[in-house]
Design a protein. Structure first.
Length: 255
């Protein structure tokens, strides 16, 4: 299994924390955010990892070189358009890596080990979006509309009252789904507005073909890092996971 982590952005909403380092290098305890992601993927059996870099790419490359070891292959793809494009551009640059089953992980999403296990154990589908549910949704949530487990639509602009869950930024592509996504990403980037699109807009289009399912992780813990106040919650989450051994063993050990 391969994973593609989208980590090209600076994370301007986290300023001043990201003034001289990308979002993925913001520390959580003694480790960088991206180390948490890489170790969780590795522990879940995903040892082939591609990281799309952009802002301060050399710093990210140096951190990843430190993490690479036996059974873990980590390489990077540089996105020179990170300052003017949204994450569809990063997916387009990584489309050559979409020639097998793979995972896409947003560069600001963190999860306990059981989340990845539940996604990988989900019923076979060309594309599976990991979702969670909560009592209400706001404008910043990547909301989804469902029919059972089938995804009908996805986007931040969906009316909250018509939304059934939210995407956590972790997707699985199997078999024909990998090819379909790569082709749809390429087609979208050829449009006049492609540079401004999120890749989940492509997923919304593929959902119209009936090939997108969902895996619910209700009851499990995850978080995303968008604003400085998110760090406090993530710090508490990760400390709890370490104490309860709900993360990769390497994250529980002293650095």
């Amino acid at each position: 299994m391969r994973a593609i982590i989208l980590s090209a952005g600076q994370g301007s909403r986290l300023l001043p924390l990201t003034a001289d380092r990308p979002k993925c290098l913001v520390p959580l305890g003694r480790r960088s955010f991206i180390e948490w992601q890489v170790r969780q993927l590795e522990a879940g059996g995903v040892g082939d990892i591609v990281v799309v870099t952009g802002f301060r790419a050399a710093m990210v490359e140096a951190e990843l070189a430190r993490l690479t070891g036996p059974g873990l292959a980590v390489r990077t793809i540089f996105n020179p358009f990170f300052g003017v494009s949204d994450n569809l551009g990063s997916c387009w640059l990584a489309r050559g890596e979409m020639n097998q089953d793979f995972i896409v992980l947003n560069g600001d999403t963190l999860f306990e080990s059981a989340v990845l296990a539940r996604l990988l154990a989900s019923p076979p589908a060309p594309i599976t979006v990991t979702v969670d549910k909560k009592p209400r949704y706001d404008a910043d949530d990547m909301k989804v509309r469902l029919e059972g487990a089938r995804l009908l639509d996805i986007g931040k602009t969906l009316p909250p009252e018509q939304s059934h869950a939210e995407s956590i930024g972790l997707l699985l592509f199997r078999g024909e789904g990998a090819r379909a996504f790569a082709e749809a990403v390429d087609a979208a980037m050829r449009s006049a507005e492609g540079l401004k699109w999120w890749y989940l807009r492509v997923i919304a289009g593929l959902a119209q073909r009936g090939v997108v399912s969902t895996a619910s992780i209700e009851g499990l813990e995850w978080g995303e890092m968008d604003y400085p106040q998110d760090l406090e919650r993530l710090q508490a989450l990760t400390e709890g996971w370490v104490k309860q051994r709900r993360v990769a063993p390497a994250l529980c050990a002293q650095p």
